[in-house]
Ligand binder design. Structure first.
Ligand SMILES: [Zn+2]
Length: 189
């Protein structure tokens, strides 16, 4: 199966598992973010007009099909950097599908400076690594012993902590993806 199809199937499966509150939160975030051309193409006019006025309806109904592309796109993003093996295993184990392999190129994500997994679309822009919980802070990345910034620990301490127990701090351990080390490719592989 092609990677693009695998991502779409998994995204739909994940949308079905969302709680109402999770779906509402995703749709509210959509109203605050720039609208990607690829998503705009999939939305109907009502949703686009709502987005342009930045005003979600008072009684937002997350099950309304006009928001379905927003939810699917958001779920897709969660898997955009996952390896083909991970996607194939997901389709087999969580969706019961018969899939030999998933094929296609991965996006060229950047390696996290702490854990080394390729999880970041940009470095130094405060994106959070889903594997270790590092918040990509440009000052802390330039000064590895600086502990004031986007993270409660320095880059050097974060690396030690990740090696010791799998996250940059004990507090972040609950927030990282439990199977993150299986999901993303590591630099150099
Ligand atoms: Zn990381």
């Amino acid at each position: 199966m092609k990677r693009d199809e695998a991502l779409t199937r998994i995204a739909w499966h994940e949308v079905k598992k969302l709680t109402r509150d999770e779906a509402v939160a995703i749709i509210h975030a959509f109203f605050k973010e720039p609208l990607k051309p690829s998503l705009r193409q999939k939305l109907n006019l009502t949703a686009i007009i709502q987005w342009e006025t930045h005003s979600p309806p008072e009684n937002l109904h997350p099950g309304n099909p006009i928001y379905r592309p927003v939810l699917v796109d958001r779920m897709r993003q969660k898997f955009i950097g996952a390896t083909n093996d991970y996607l194939a295993a997901y389709l087999r184990e969580k969706m019961g599908m018969t899939v030999d392999a998933v094929t296609g190129d991965l996006p060229d994500l950047l390696a996290c400076p702490v854990c080394g997994y390729k999880t970041l679309t940009e470095r130094g822009t405060w994106h959070t690594c889903p594997v270790c919980g590092w918040n990509s802070d440009p000052v802390q990345e330039a000064r590895p012993d600086e502990s004031v910034g986007g993270n409660a620990v320095s880059l050097a301490a974060a690396r030690q902590n990740f090696a010791a127990f799998g996250a940059i701090t004990r507090e972040k351990l609950a927030q990282v993806e439990p199977d993150g080390t299986q999901k993303y490719p590591r630099e150099g592989r």
